[in-house]
Design a protein around this ligand. Structure first.
Ligand SMILES: Cc1cc2nc3c(=O)[nH]c(=O)nc-3n(C[C@H](O)[C@H](O)[C@H](O)COP(=O)(O)OP(=O)(O)OC[C@H]3O[C@@H](n4cnc5c(N)ncnc54)[C@H](O)[C@@H]3O)c2cc1C
Length: 373
């Protein structure tokens, strides 16, 4: 959602949750675009960025085995089903290092590494491709968007449910040094053993460095403890003594060891749930949940008697730090408290996404009239 908001702030109209239905030549010499929701847009230029399919005609003609995703099947040495033929790049099907499922990931990095491995294999050197994890980055109007490893969607598609998400919004460097820009970071990990599964991040600075760090961690099968312990560059103009990567690991660690368990924003409507907002009054007045209880963190110890011990309490602040402290206080006093991951900042993104989805709800279908008797 930060991407949509950033684009709109730059005067770009963004339509989400809709698809391209037709593209025709317009009378004025331009192009007429029609969407699935019957929106008509005239354009001078249309760029389709809707995925790619491997061109495997040659492979099929050579009777090579094609996999379930439509790519050429290769072993870890990039050798096809014909032992005299190796294949690399966009056309090959590779194992996803996180989900272990067959994947097609058309990126230049994997293609180059595969080529080196194929060459080594042809030369008789024992070496193997580890698989792909889809580490990717792109830029839009000064914003960097990067990801590595699994997303919630890809984990669900692979039938995996043992995962949890951490949301955080730290500055790309310490706040006291001028010019800090927020990084909106989501980390996915496996609660049962702490394995890092994936990460996505958006921000104006320092994004790709964090995703690259987590990418190596995923490839080395690291856990959130490894992220918490990672020793990374720090000087005020570059980062923080607790780098966003460390913080992501620490938050996940706190969730795993139950010091500060996390709650997802989809849980706020759960039965009996009480939402506790521990932000300052000025923040509360700028926007809050109508049904939330407001107790600023500084007053919490004196007002514990206002809270129930027989209901789950989901605590939030702006980004998660004050809520973490509140959760520690509450749990030490016997409350069933959890931290709403990423705080109000995450909620605003969740809301903006829901708003986009609502904007594109299909038109209600006309109900045919009841036949008259
Ligand atoms: C516009 C664009 C931007 C991209 N930007 C990035 C990026 O920023 N980062 C990134 O990681 N990836 C990027 N990619 C993806 C990246 O380019 C591909 O993943 C990479 O080039 C794949 O390498 P390849 O060798 O498999 O295929 P290609 O680079 O496509 O090479 C295949 C070659 O085989 C030739 N060929 C095809 N059929 C035959 C035949 N029958 N006989 C002889 N030759 C044949 C083709 O002409 C071509 O030269 C981008 C792709 C596009 C299209």
């Amino acid at each position: 959602m930060p991407v949509r908001l950033h684009c709109e702030a730059h005067g770009v109209t963004v339509h989400l949750g809709d698809g391209l239905a037709s593209l025709t030549a317009a009378a004025n010499g331009g192009l007429a675009v029609r969407t699935d929701h019957n929106l008509e847009i005239s354009a001078d230029l249309v760029i389709l960025s809707i995925g790619v399919r491997p061109e495997t005609q040659l492979a099929k003609a050579a009777a090579l085995t094609i996999g379930p995703r439509g790519g050429i099947v290769v072993d870890s040495h990039m050798r096809t089903s014909d032992p005299a033929i190796w294949a690399v790049g966009d056309a090959v099907e590779i194992s996803d290092v996180v989900t272990a499922s067959a994947a097609l990931i058309p990126l230049e990095g994997p293609a180059n590494r595969q080529a080196r491995i194929a060459a080594a294999s042809i030369a008789g050197r024992a070496t193997g491709f580890r698989g792909v994890q889809g580490t990717a980055v792109c830029g839009v109007l000064g914003l960097t968007i990067a990801s590595t490893g699994a997303s919630e969607k890809s984990l669900r598609r692979a039938g995996l449910s043992d995962f949890q998400a951490v949301y955080l919004h730290p500055g790309h460097h310490v706040g006291y040094y001028p010019g800090a820009k927020p990084i909106h970071l989501k980390l996915l990990f496996r609660p049962s053993d702490g394995r890092v599964l994936g990460a996505q991040a958006v921000g104006e600075a320092g994004v790709e460095r964090r995703i690259d760090t987590i990418a190596v961690a995923i490839q080395m099968r690291a856990t959130v403890d490894d992220l918490a312990e990672a020793e990374l560059c720090y000087a005020p103009q570059y980062g923080a003594a607790k780098d966003p990567v460390n913080l992501a690991g620490m938050i996940a660690q706190n969730a795993r060891n139950q010091d500060s368990p996390l709650a997802g924003w989809s849980e706020i409507d759960g039965p009996d749930v009480l939402i506790l907002d521990v932000r300052e009054s000025s923040e509360w007045h700028a926007g809050h949940f109508e049904r939330a209880v407001h107790i600023p963190l500084g007053q919490l110890r004196d007002r514990l008697g206002e809270l129930p011990k027989d209901r789950p309490i989901l605590v939030h602040c702006a980004v998660g730090l004050r809520a973490h402290i509140a959760v520690r206080i509450l749990r030490q006093h016997g409350f069933d408290a959890r931290n709403l991951s990423g705080g109000w900042t995450t909620w605003r993104h969740v809301e903006a996404a829901a708003e986009s989805a609502r904007a594109y709800l299909p038109e209600p279908r006309a109900v045919p009239p009841e036949p008259t008797r």
